[in-house]
Ligand binder design. Structure first.
Ligand code: ATP
Ligand code: MG
Ligand code: FE
Length: 342
């Protein structure tokens, strides 16, 4: 079964073709980061307009890469939510328009299910059940995953998401947008003993997180310095921030594994690309004898491959998951737990 996937929930347009027998046959991505950079964040209206410009050329690219004609597609999966309403509507209308024109069924996919299942696209995928840490720009959640659509929320952030904390702290250090990768690189040069930041909710005895205080702590450190803060001081602050956030994320993952007795941990979402987080998780896994699985780096942040894959997983379990009813609606807010089991 050949599934076309279309992602457009935020500032990346992604298109991919996934074959349930042959795996990922092609994928193409356009990131709007450069366009939004000047505004210090995503401008929703600009995002929607750019998705319109990019969707069909990306589709063309994927078809050329894979050597498959459009007519070979069995179904079209698109991100139905959560995300920016206008951006989601572009992907949904492209998918439903294509479906109508080609007489192929369509399927709305939950963006976070895409992230959550993306490590299964890797060479050595985990088996169910596992614990998933979803750390993205908009979410930080620990889930127990017993199968496709069988998700139990164990804990989540009370305020900022981990990616948001990375981006906001990076901004305070003048590192541009999105600052996650930049603050991570800078932290490599920081002295771990220069500053200590709090570990929010480390001893909260539950699996919830809170990251907004960390950003305030970074602000306080930045304010202590003169306007011409030197590079080494910036690196030291970056290091203190990264060490704090990584400590909390790793400790809560270990707690979730202990509480459930599970031995497999899956990391998903953009912050899953973070080198310090991966190093700390790998060390914890070795020490505490669990296994940790990551998506390929290119599939940590938003992409079409994870949407094609998630759509295919649902269709393999239930061919009726896709429809030839081409009326569509998007769901800018959509709790993952509302999804039915596949
Ligand atoms: P959501 O999926 O919750 O709707 P999103 O799609 O915007 O949010 P993703 O695309 O999964 O989020 O991830 C983007 C986030 O990941 C950004 O906040 C970005 O700074 C962060 N990020 C990406 N790479 C790294 C890295 N190497 N280190 C830290 N953060 C990173
Ligand atoms: Mg993005
Ligand atoms: Fe995302």
């Amino acid at each position: 079964m050949l599934v076309l996937g279309i992602e457009s929930s935020c500032d990346e347009t992604g298109v991919a073709l996934y074959d349930t027998q042959g795996g990922l046959l092609g994928h193409a991505l356009h990131s709007q980061v450069a366009m939004h950079e000047a505004y210090g964040g995503v401008v929703p209206e600009l995002a929607s307009r750019d998705h319109i410009r990019r969707a069909l050329p990306l589709l063309q690219q994927v078809l050329e890469q894979s050597g498959s004609p459009l007519s070979a597609i069995d179904a079209i999966a698109y991100t139905q939510g959560p995300g920016l309403a206008g951006a989601l509507l572009v992907g949904a209308s492209v998918a439903c328009g294509l479906g109508l024109a080609l007489d192929k069924p369509v399927l709305g996919v939950h963006h976070l299910e895409g992230h959550l299942l993306s490590p299964l696209l890797a060479k050595d995928p985990p088996e169910f059940p596992f614990i998933a840490l979803l750390v993205s720009g908009g979410h930080t959640q620990l889930m127990r995953v017993d199968g496709v659509g069988r998700y139990t929320l164990l804990g989540e952030t009370m305020d900022d998401a981990a990616g948001e904390a990375f981006d906001k702290s990076a901004k305070l250090l003048g590192l541009g947008y999105p600052g996650g990768p930049a603050i991570s690189r800078l932290a490599e040069f920081g002295d771990p003993n220069a500053y200590k930041l709090p570990r929010p909710m480390l001893h909260s005895k539950n699996l919830d997180f809170s990251f907004s205080g960390l950003k305030t702590a970074v602000l306080t450190l930045v304010k202590k310095h003169p306007a011409n803060i030197c590079e080494q001081d910036k690196a030291n602050i970056a290091r203190a921030f990264v060490d704090a956030i990584v400590d909390v994320l790793v400790a809560k993952c270990v707690d979730a594994l202990k509480q459930t007795g599970l031995k497999r941990l899956v990391i998903a979402g953009g912050v899953g690309a973070n080198a310090q987080l991966r190093a700390a998780l790998n060390a914890a896994a070795q020490k505490r004898r669990f296994r940790v699985f990551y998506p390929e780096l290119q599939f940590c942040t938003d992409n079409g491959a994870m949407i094609a894959f998630a759509g295919a997983q649902r269709l393999m379990r239930n061919p009726d998951a896709a429809t030839r009813d081409y009326s569509f609606g998007v769901r800018p807010r959509w709790p993952l737990e509302e999804l039915p089991a596949a």
